[in-house]
Ligand binder design. Structure first.
Ligand SMILES: [Zn+2]
Length: 278
């Protein structure tokens, strides 16, 4: 089953290139918060992450969220919200059936409240770990609990309970994933290391398939050249540096054996320039 795929973007933050990429320039660069729109023939509109939204500013006005806002300058205006961009395409936000959350960093979940009828899919075990943290500790995981809707838990399907399938040879060294719709159109693939419960999705779109890798790397150069970021974000951001290193190396190997697959890191400027449609 093939689906339609578009790449959108909702706001951006600034980060130093040399921190996000070994050998990078000592300049601040834009990190667009990109979002995948998957139009499935039966399930309708499905999102991979949500980008920034106004809710982010509501949650970062007071302590401790304001620390997040100070460390990471965010640029966003309401016209860029994914909900508005969907409306401009003739899609009602209320018709979004599923929001796939690659992980719980604020720039990926800030728009979650804008899709009132959507179900969510994520690693429930990781969500439970974050949920039991106090707000300051949660912030060290870039998690702002107020960004999720109040009924989040009752609307969430645990990825742990999904249907595990073997992946075709062309996706080696990745060998298995979780088939989200039972038709192999969208398959979740573990990419651990960046954050608790981090994963990506393979999207069987025509004419070319995509691998939305979230923050498993920040730049296309990272997986092409197998380049890790600076040690500082490895220490203060990543949940497991060794697992991140392995996920990155596996993406590098995948790319070398399968150049047809378009790998989409959520914040890569090169991908933004090539693929984002407004
Ligand atoms: Zn992240």
């Amino acid at each position: 089953m093939t689906v339609r795929f578009s790449l959108l973007s909702a706001g951006y933050c600034l980060n130093h290139e040399h921190l996000s990429l070994a050998g990078g320039r000592r300049v601040a660069i834009k990190f667009p918060a990109m979002v995948g729109l998957i139009e499935h023939p039966q399930a309708g509109p499905v999102l991979f992450d949500t980008g920034y939204a106004n809710h982010f500013f509501d949650e970062t006005r007071g302590f401790p969220g304001n620390i997040y806002a100070k460390i990471t300058p965010v640029f966003y205006n309401e016209d860029e919200s994914i909900a508005r961009q969907l409306l401009a395409r003739g899609i009602q936000p209320a018709d979004v059936s599923l929001v796939i959350l690659s992980h719980f960093h604020a720039d990926h979940v800030a728009g979650a409240k804008d899709f009132p009828n959507a179900r969510f899919v994520c690693y429930e075990g990781s969500y439970r770990k974050l949920r039991t943290m106090n707000r300051v500790r949660a912030l060290t995981h870039a998690y702002l609990p107020g960004l999720l809707p109040k009924d989040f838990e009752s609307r969430t399907t645990a990825l742990e309970q999904g249907l595990r399938v073997e992946l075709p040879e062309k996706f080696r060294p990745f060998t298995e994933g979780i088939d989200l719709f039972g038709d192999r159109s969208v398959i979740a693939v573990d990419l651990p290391g960046h954050a608790l419960g981090h994963f990506g999705v393979l999207v069987d779109a025509a004419p070319r398939p995509y691998f939305l890798v979230g923050d498993a790397c920040w730049h296309s150069r990272s997986y092409r050249e197998d380049l890790m970021p600076h040690w500082l974000p490895q220490r203060i951001v990543f949940s497991d540096r060794q697992a991140y290193r392995e996920s990155l190396h596996r993406m590098h190997e995948l790319h070398q054996g399968n150049q047809d697959l378009i790998i989409v890191p959520s914040h890569c400027g090169e991908i933004y320039d090539a693929l984002v449609t407004h």
